[in-house]
Design a protein around this ligand. Sequence first.
Ligand code: GUN
Length: 299
Amino acid sequence: MAERIDGAVLAGEVLEEVKAAADRLKDQKGVQTGLAVVIVGEDPASQAYVRSKGLRANECGFKSVTHKLAEDTSEADLLGLIDDLNADDTIHGILVQLPLPGHIDEGKVIQAIDPDKDVDGFSFINVGKLGTGQVGDAFVPCTPAGSMLMIERVLGKDLSGKNAVVVGRSNIVGKPMFNLLLAANATVTVAHSRTADLPALCRTADILVAAVGRPLMIKGDWVKPGAVVIDVGINRVPAPEKGEGKTRLVGDVDYEEAEKVASAITPVPGGVGKMTIAMLMANAVTSAYRSAGEQPPRF
Ligand code: GUN
């Protein structure tokens, strides 16, 4: 039976380090780490994520600011807020929760954030640094960064000789995950909806990262015996067994099947999701250290 990689435990360790680092910077330099989170509209899942981000930021001793904007906020108003936050010296990290309403150009908004405050790692500068191997210098997107920490816990930092398969090619997870695994010397294949014989490809993976958003898509017989499986999917599905209209969260991997084959696997919930917020806090305190001219801690 596979080892369960516990996101809550690992995220708790990261958050303790973040808090200690934030306290040190405050004591030694008088700088309080500041994180601004912006949400537009009422999407309940996004609201819940943003609430958690605010809570964690407070627990880390940050100045935490949440801007909740109405669904019909104009693109110009949102860009105006980002300009203000870019210019605000007490704010070191800016996160605009995605997706944005359809009338707002998401790309334009992301690129308006000062790359030095882009704690999501979505700006061209940070994507470019990661893509050219300057990992230590970039803000790395939080979900892939958290996934890498989980992989490191099991396999160490050097993935030489390992075959990794990333299922999903999104800008938020698949592509940065590819770059991180490659930087750690893995041999990486990125699979997607047009990939031929996906089950056979997945069976070649010593490290299998699932980030497609399709509930329970990856079955036990897609998993190579002894593989490390990282399930990034968070899918809400009907759970009639819990009662009328009830739902539950499942990943992209069929956990019950895969845990019989893998050597280590992340659960959903309680896996990668917990790490995402912890890595956001890590990126925010890193930004505060850089802005104070101090060497940031390594997470
Ligand atoms: N929506 C879902 N995941 C993310 C993320 O990592 N960052 C932002 N900004 N929005 C998201």
